[in-house]
Design a protein around this ligand. Structure first.
Ligand SMILES: [Zn+2]
Length: 241
């Protein structure tokens, strides 16, 4: 794993805070290296979307991305993937990257190793049944733990199963009930060179959640950063840059 991806591990925190920090914070690295950003990537940003595919909002998002010649990375939930194999094929055919976000979106640190493996396997089976594969970076298939939560055991299992965990460096809180287009975009505008932005095109609770605000905020971010000469790339492209 390249040192560029290794962020600081919050050395000032107390023992309990330290464990919480490393189990939940997206840039924490104590429990094993995770792709969270690439500060050496120059004027490149990776947009990532979790919890889809969403029959209404994933296609709308693809239109917006296409209009700005932007590529993104989608972390799909297996049980939603089973319902939308055609949409998954369209995503990858359009040049977007695809990663595993488990089959049912459990809190992984609470799962046995066997359950973690089974969640990853079932999501992968849904994607392969659609005739496509997960994208790869740093020698593994892209995987995002639900809620960004992980611990040494779950990371070991993910790696043994061939995955590289991907978290993020900028969160837009677009899942909050109080999230508006303006609030989501304002969060995203804090991004800088090499950041990975967390957004959602779906929800782990229902297959066709309203993500209109996330799509509108994406359009704003594409316009704003595009005017500054930024390029929107997939996670494998960001890592390789
Ligand atoms: Zn999720």
């Amino acid at each position: 794993m390249n040192k560029r991806f290794l962020a600081g591990a919050g050395a000032a925190a107390g023992a309990i805070g330290f464990a919480i920090y490393n189990g939940q914070y997206p840039t924490a690295q104590l429990y094993g290296a995770t792709i969270c950003r690439n500060p050496g990537a120059g004027r490149r940003i990776a947009l990532t979307y979790d919890d889809g595919p969403n029959p209404t909002y994933t296609p709308r998002l693809m239109e917006v991305l296409d209009r700005h010649n932007a590529k993104a990375t989608f972390f799909t939930i297996g049980r939603w993937a089973e319902r939308e194999p055609g949409l998954l094929r369209e995503l990858t055919a359009a040049g977007h990257a695809l990663g595993n976000h488990t089959h049912t979106h459990p809190t992984m640190p609470l799962c046995s190793a066997a359950r973690v493996s089974d969640e990853l396997r079932r999501c992968r089976a849904a994607v392969e049944a659609a005739g496509i594969e997960f994208s790869r970076a740093e020698g593994g298939m892209l995987m995002r733990p639900p809620y960004g939560r992980r611990r040494p055991g779950t990371l070991r299992t993910m790696r043994a199963d061939g995955y590289v965990p991907v978290t993020w460096s900028i969160t837009c809180y677009d899942w909050r009930r109080t999230a508006t287009e303006a609030k989501i975009a304002e969060r995203g505008e804090r991004a800088a060179e090499g950041d990975i932005i967390l957004l959602h095109d779906g929800s782990n609770l229902v297959p066709a959640a309203d993500r209109g605000n996330s799509v509108a905020a994406t359009q704003e971010l594409l316009g704003r950063f595009g005017a500054e000469g930024y390029e929107f790339v997939t996670v494998p492209e960001l890592v390789a840059a």
